[in-house]
Design a protein. Structure first.
Length: 240
């Protein structure tokens, strides 16, 4: 029934959603990925391998430099008591499918902690839920097999139903799809050892967004990183 309902909604709203989507792409500022290294080592102490995988949010779009983005704030937290060897495999426009291709071609390295941020582009490219779940499962398998991930922090989808850059009803429609994929991810990850789900729908998640009304700003990245680091410390037993 849900699939039928989705098809009906798409048919009824399709022309308007298409026009709105084209206008959003035309008028929304295109923010660059921030400057900063994509790999390195930081801190002293016991080694901790860190890999961040994902889309423009994982790449830090909305921040002026990687130091203000998810990567930089995670390093700031984790390198206080660990030598963090880190890599960033993230690109604007990335989908789960393209991230899989990137990682298959990347040099494998042992990573204790992997943080993923994917889904927004799967929503806008209309990937169906069954395919999304298969691709996400394949991604987690690849991270374990090729990168020896001890813990995969799967970040959920952001609250697209509140993105200022999106007009109604496009905002409602994409938000509805994002919420469905978010629920699927939370359910699937909950049954897997070595995996954790991290909601990005914290109380003030829409405050402090970037100027494009679509990406996080530095304040959101800082809160996101703090939550991811706390979860990683708990699940990996890292000493504070």
């Amino acid at each position: 029934m849900e699939k039928v309902g989705n098809r009906l909604l798409t048919l009824m709203l399709g022309p308007l959603l298409l026009l709105q989507g084209r206008r959003v792409r035309r008028v929304t500022p295109v923010l660059p990925e921030p400057a900063g290294a994509r790999s390195g080592t930081r801190g002293e102490g016991r080694r901790l391998g860190l890999l961040i995988v994902g889309d423009s949010a994982a790449a830090g779009v909305g921040a002026a430099h990687q130091d203000q983005a998810l990567l930089g704030k995670l390093l700031e937290n984790l390198s206080r008591d660990h030598r963090v060897d880190w890599r960033l495999h993230a690109q604007s426009g990335a989908t789960t499918e393209s991230a899989l291709a990137t990682l298959r071609a990347a040099e494998p390295v042992n990573c204790d902690l992997v943080v993923t941020s994917l889904g927004v582009n799967d929503v806008t490219s209309r990937v169906d839920r069954a395919r999304w779940r298969r691709q996400q499962a394949a991604l987690r398998d690849l991270l374990r097999d090729r990168f020896a991930a001890r813990l995969i922090v799967n970040c959920g989808l952001p609250p697209m139903h509140g993105f200022p850059a999106l007009p109604q009803p496009l905002r409602w429609y994409l938000g509805r799809r994002a919420s469905a994929l978010d629920r699927d991810l939370e359910r699937d990850v909950g049954h897997e050892p070595g995996a954790a789900y991290l909601s990005l729908r914290f109380g003030d998640a829409l405050d402090g967004m970037a100027s494009d009304g679509f990406h996080p700003g530095p304040a959101i990245y800082a809160e996101w990183a703090a939550r991811a680091a706390a979860l990683a410390r708990q699940r990996l037993g890292l000493e504070p």
